[in-house]
Design a protein around this ligand. Structure first.
Ligand SMILES: Cc1cc2nc3c(=O)[nH]c(=O)nc-3n(C[C@H](O)[C@H](O)[C@H](O)COP(=O)(O)O)c2cc1C
Length: 382
């Protein structure tokens, strides 16, 4: 479809961020680029997920996404030893915060976990593994990703370390990075990033303050000819056409895949997403300590309440929340159940297959471009 597609061996310049291997493989099989978020997996689990994708992607290209926060509590405190990190970070959480979490849960009638699930598989407290939220725990995920035949390594909240970028290039893997400000795009390109993902304020997950409509052309002008993907608020062909009109070479999407048949989204979350409107999302630090767009819930509101002790920096807020979120999921408490999702949630009103999402997007994109072409030629006629 364009130069970037040729470079990456994909049919359509549609990139799909997802935590679900079935979605990643289905998108790649349909001609887009499925990108699996590695954050939620241990290195061993990620290896299993990628082996599964290798076996189900029909040889089509796919990618992996890691999180590499430039600023985080572990970096600020100079903590680098992955084996001790969880316990060290946990000890930095004030008792007042644990007490507040307990109060919010008991106000909503959420019981403690039964003993048999009240710890992680290795016996450590839930969340102490800190998943991929730190450089120390994120780097092994890059090692695992590069041991598979991936076509793209993406990273959020900061670029991958220079050494990892060089290694990726050595294996013919392109490196992409999500950014929310022009200066971040310039920094990441200087670090060796090949593709910039300009993600606007309306996106699901961690977002900056600049809207996609404003951010994308500014980034295209600042880093061109480096290819830019437009992200945030894109889930239809008209939105894709808008992103391309702003100068992007492709679109990077996330929210839209949460309501696909392959997504594995729980019934309670699926139901909330299908009913939610754009105004039902909020950009809140409640989940991770950095502003992330998500469904507005009793949990996000509790952290805005006057009695809230205030959120903690990443990854402390995540560690604080990890057990609470597991308790909420187990209890089925609707008011506290949330999900990162963007303002585009208003359009996610039915369950479709990944293939249908891609094909409907491409069809509407072509119609839109043709309609605009006709409008232009009519205007040009004297
Ligand atoms: C549920 C969810 C989780 C996300 N987690 C990550 C993540 O771990 N890493 C990342 O780079 N982006 C993450 N994002 C952001 C997406 O990569 C993407 O930039 C964003 O969803 C695009 O905006 P949209 O939601 O309007 O499509 C997440 C998005 C959602 C909806």
């Amino acid at each position: 479809m364009n130069e970037l597609c040729e470079q990456l061996g994909i049919e359509f310049p549609i990139f799909a961020f997802t935590h679900c291997r079935d979605v990643a493989a289905a998108v790649s099989r349909a001609g887009g680029m499925g990108v699996l978020g590695a954050l939620a997996f241990s290195p061993e689990q990620l290896d299993i997920e990628l082996e599964w994708i290798d076996a189900h992607v029909d040889g089509k290209p796919y990618g992996v996404d890691v999180v590499m926060p430039v600023r985080s509590a572990d970096r600020d405190a100079g903590l680098h030893d992955a084996s001790k990190l969880g316990a060290e970070l946990r000890s930095m959480i004030p008792q007042q915060h644990w007490d507040y979490v307990e109060k919010v849960l008991s106000d909503h009638g959420v019981p403690p976990l039964p003993d048999e699930v009240a710890a992680d598989a290795d016996g450590s407290p839930i969340g102490e593994g800190v998943l991929g939220w730190t450089e120390a725990t994120g780097s092994p995920l890059i090692d695992v990703a590069l041991a598979h035949p991936i076509a793209l390594l993406a990273s959020a909240l900061g670029p991958p370390p220079k050494e990892a970028i060089d290694r990726a290039h050595g294996q013919g893997v392109q490196v992409a990075a999500l950014i929310g400000r022009v200066e971040q795009a310039v920094r990441d390109v200087q670090q060796g990033v090949d593709i910039v993902i300009a993600q606007g304020y309306e996106a699901g997950g961690h977002t900056g303050e600049v809207a996609t409509m404003v951010l994308v052309p500014d980034v295209v002008d600042a880093v061109g000819p480096v290819p830019v993907l437009a992200a945030g608020g894109i889930g239809s062909g008209r939105q894709m056409a808008a992103g391309m009109a702003l100068g992007a070479q492709g679109v990077w999407t996330g929210s839209i895949w949460l309501t696909t048949a392959e997504s594995g989204t729980s019934e309670i979350v699926m139901d909330k997403l299908l009913r939610a409107r754009s105004t039902d999302t909020v950009r809140s630090r409640a989940l991770t300590g950095k502003p992330a767009r998500q469904l507005r819930t009793a949990w996000t509101e509790a952290w805005e309440a006057p009695e809230s002790p205030g959120t903690l920096p990443m990854p402390l807020q995540f560690i604080l929340n990890a057990e609470a979120m597991r308790r909420v999921a187990r209890s089925g408490n609707e008011a506290l159940t949330g999900m990162p999702v963007g303002q585009i949630v208003s359009r996610m009103d039915r369950v479709r297959s990944c293939r249908d999402v891609i094909f409907e997007m491409v069809e509407e994109y072509i119609d839109t471009v043709q309609r605009m072409g006709r409008a232009t030629s009519v205007d040009a006629t004297p």
